[in-house]
Design a protein around this ligand. Structure first.
Ligand code: GLV
Ligand code: MN
Ligand code: MN
Ligand code: MN
Length: 402
């Protein structure tokens, strides 16, 4: 078994980008922690004699066999994190991919197709606001022009951040030829809900809920907190707060999800009424109709409340991912191969969800005992991680060695 290789890699990555105060990770696209993770990936590739490639969008590839060969089997995930993210979301898939390859080499597997491990850049969208930037660009669902418009909270443009990190942004854009050579993509990921808390340690994904991000701008009027009468205020914080409450209530009624997890306030002074509150809505539902209706209801609630508060509300959709139904022959093949493991949907977005529109794609989920994710408390037990490695090795052997 490959536990030695998994444990060693896990221990190497564990301190990278970890905040001493929160214990969470701050590996954001093109920051220094991300660069360390990228250097680690390259080293894993080279030390195994794999062919290392950095593609035009900053995704990293480690190839066993010919990178220009047809019908490649690709596995991998991402190494970046949400603000104060957990250790497993992303890295578990990358580390398990290298460990599964080590396992297959121990088994003496003979590959009939090229095999690659990939680290997709900027999966979480923590810095530039759009998730899965690397895979979206490659699949052509985010255009080069749109990517060039993205800015972080300090106003740094995505191409400038790339360039500062030593990656030439000149070639970014769709990478259809590369994707057309891939026969199957399988992403292993820690489970992020409560579907696998009991029972088997590994499951197969059926679908990803449609989801998106919307920015609400609440424009009010800055004024003195001590001298402005309540009836004279145009306070965008009030409209924002009521919108958060409305979102929660309406999402519950719709059996869907709505989250305001990020907010920016101007001028952000304790003794000043805000002039602007900017709140980002993340909303998800089992189907697009429910999601569209929910976001429309939240929009209406915000506009109506804004009219009462003297606050102008603007709504911008920043990203959207349609429902993903993973390739059913591949999904059924994996579930059967692994011994009729659970097949479960997820509300979390993944690069696999982006690639599913262009490549037969599947996902494996590894049990997460509490279901907590996007938090330092995210966890998976080591025996379950090793079960994930063994399952991934079986899957890769089945797909790439016949
Ligand atoms: C990414 O992990 C997302 O689902 O937002
Ligand atoms: Mn995530
Ligand atoms: Mn992830
Ligand atoms: Mn994700």
């Amino acid at each position: 078994m490959t536990s030695g290789s998994f444990e060693r890699m896990w221990a190497e990555l564990l301190p990278v980008g970890r905040s001493a105060s929160s214990g969470g990770y701050r590996r954001f696209a093109w920051n220094s922690a991300d660069a360390e993770c990228r250097a680690w990936f390259e080293e894993q590739a080279r030390s195994r004699g794999l062919t290392y490639e950095l593609d035009r969008n900053g995704n990293q590839w480690a190839w066993l066999g010919d990178p220009s060969g047809e019908g490649a089997v690709v596995t991998g995930s991402h190494l970046d994190s949400v603000p104060d993210g957990g250790a497993f979301d992303g890295p578990l898939g990358v580390v398990s991919s290298f460990a599964a390859l080590d396992e297959l080499r121990l088994r003496g597997a003979e590959f009939s197709r090229p095999l690659a491990i990939v680290n997709f850049g900027d999966e979480e969208g923590a810095r530039f606001g759009v998730a899965c930037v690397g895979s979206r660009l490659s699949a052509g669902v985010l255009s080069r022009e749109q990517a060039f418009e993205l800015r972080d909270a300090d106003g740094v443009r995505l191409p400038d951040a790339m360039e500062r990190a030593g990656h030439d942004p000149g070639a970014i854009g769709a990478d259809g030829d590369r994707l057309a050579r891939i026969g199957a993509f399988v992403e292993l990921h820690v489970e992020q809900g409560r579907y696998l808390t009991q029972g088997q340690p590994v499951g197969v994904a059926s679908a990803i809920w449609p989801h998106g991000r919307w920015r609400f701008d609440f424009h009010g009027e800055a004024n003195h907190a001590g001298t402005t009468r309540i009836e004279d205020r145009r306070d965008p914080m009030l409209t924002y707060a009521n919108t958060v409450l409305a979102a929660r209530k309406k999402a519950k009624l719709a059996g869907a999800l709505a989250t305001f997890g990020k907010v920016a306030v101007e001028p952000n002074g304790t003794n000043a009424i805000a002039s602007l509150v900017r709140g980002w809505l993340d909303s998800r539902a089992a189907d697009e109709r429910t999601l569209d209706a929910l976001v429309e209801e939240i929009r209406q609630a915000a506009y109506e409340r804004g009219a009462r508060d003297g606050v102008r509300v603007e709504l911008t959709r920043e990203s959207f991912t349609p429902v993903v139904d993973f390739d059913s022959p591949l999904r059924d093949r994996l579930a059967k191969l692994l011994g009729d493991v659970p097949v479960l949907p997820t509300g979390a977005g993944h690069d696999a969800g982006i690639l599913a529109s262009v490549i037969p794609t599947a996902m494996l989920f590894v049990r997460n005992p509490s279901g907590v994710s996007h938090s330092p408390a995210e966890h998976a037990e080591e025996p379950d991680c090793l079960a994930g490695v063994a399952a991934l090795a079986d899957v890769l052997e089945d797909l790439a060695c016949q």
